[in-house]
Design a protein around this ligand. Structure first.
Ligand code: SF4
Length: 318
């Protein structure tokens, strides 16, 4: 653990029961399978991977929205898995979330001023004047005018609503923000504005942001470090420049090769088949059913993590 580590995730497992399928019976979904990861104060750490790889479940577990089967999560060296109800309320002030869909995440019946005031009224003893001053400061911070406070969410564009959602996430001065696909529901022309806003806020307030996204272009521009996830495991993690310039894991290479802006010279790597079901995990290296470099031992043995700052789980590097 480094001195500036904010979040430590240790050998974390999250699983849940699926709904009944057409044949009946429930299955166990193994969503997060032994994740260990440190997240430093003031960094943007991106968790990348295909839809269904477990990244959103991992993020929800970080803020106790998903029950954990085993493992540990420490924030500022304190376990968040053993927090009592009143401690959990305090913890939730430290950790805020920005969701994918700004249309669904703001209550359509509330004016913007009430949406922004609510977290302060519930969680602080500030006077009415102090609360109003903070609301005005935060709305300006996200690039909107005070005049918007008396309006309702439907009176704004998607990009403006996402700015409001970010302002709400900032109301309690959180230590970290989980941003789950924060721009994927927005028009391409608006995405850059929201990405730049997150970058500015991170620099200005030394905010820690855990960015969940499948979009490698967003990661390249925004993230300081990247953890690549496949079937609930982190298969590679490193500084963003290292992941993009010298990717090691075959899955990371395939992810990057599918982005034309990033991969102008190399051939696209087509993966065999679909992502296996997290209810029926492959033995050995979980990527072996799709890996172009699969070897016999990959089918039965699990590769261990190698490397110090650039870490990878693959027999090609053992
Ligand atoms: Fe491919 Fe084997 Fe490496 Fe897994 S361990 S990524 S199957 S080469």
């Amino acid at each position: 653990m480094q001195q500036n580590t904010l979040i430590q995730i240790k050998d974390l497992f999250v699983e849940y029961e699926s709904n009944k399928g057409i044949l009946g019976g429930k299955k166990i979904i193994h969503a997060v399978n032994g994740v260990s990861l440190d997240i430093n104060k003031g960094e943007i750490l991106a968790i990348a991977g295909e839809s269904g790889c477990g990244k959103s479940t991992l993020a929800k577990a970080l803020i106790r929205l998903e029950p954990v089967k085993s493992g540990e999560i420490l924030i500022n060296n304190k376990s968040i898995l053993s927090l009592e109800k009143n401690e959990l309320k305090n913890f939730r002030k430290q950790a805020q979330m920005v969701f994918q869909n700004p249309y669904a995440s703001l209550n359509p019946k509330m004016k913007i001023i009430d949406i922004l005031t609510e977290p302060l009224e519930i969680n602080t003893d500030f006077s009415k004047k102090e609360i109003t001053d903070i609301v005005k400061e935060k709305i300006q911070l996200v690039g909107l005018d005070e005049s918007c406070l008396e309006l309702y969410p439907h009176e704004f564009s998607g990009g403006q609503r996402q700015r409001i959602a970010i302002a709400r996430a900032l109301m309690l001065n959180p230590e970290f923000i989980l941003a789950d696909e924060p721009v994927s529901a927005l028009d391409v022309s608006i995405q850059a504005q929201i990405i730049n806003l997150l970058k500015e806020l991170k620099t200005k307030y030394n905010l820690t942001i855990v960015l969940i996204t499948h979009d490698m272009s967003v990661i390249e521009y925004l993230a300081d470090r990247v953890a690549v996830m496949y079937l609930g495991e982190i298969v590679e993690s490193a500084k963003t420049s290292e992941i993009f310039n010298t990717p090691l894991h075959p899955y990371t290479k395939a992810l990057l090769s599918s982005v034309p802006q990033i991969n102008s010279k190399n051939k696209k790597i087509l993966l065999k088949g679909d992502l296996p079901s997290p209810a029926d995990l492959p033995k050995g290296c979980k990527f072996h059913t799709r890996c172009p470099y699969v070897m016999e031992k990959c089918k039965n043995c699990k590769p261990s993590e190698k490397g110090i700052s650039h870490k990878v789980k693959c027999f090609l590097y053992e």
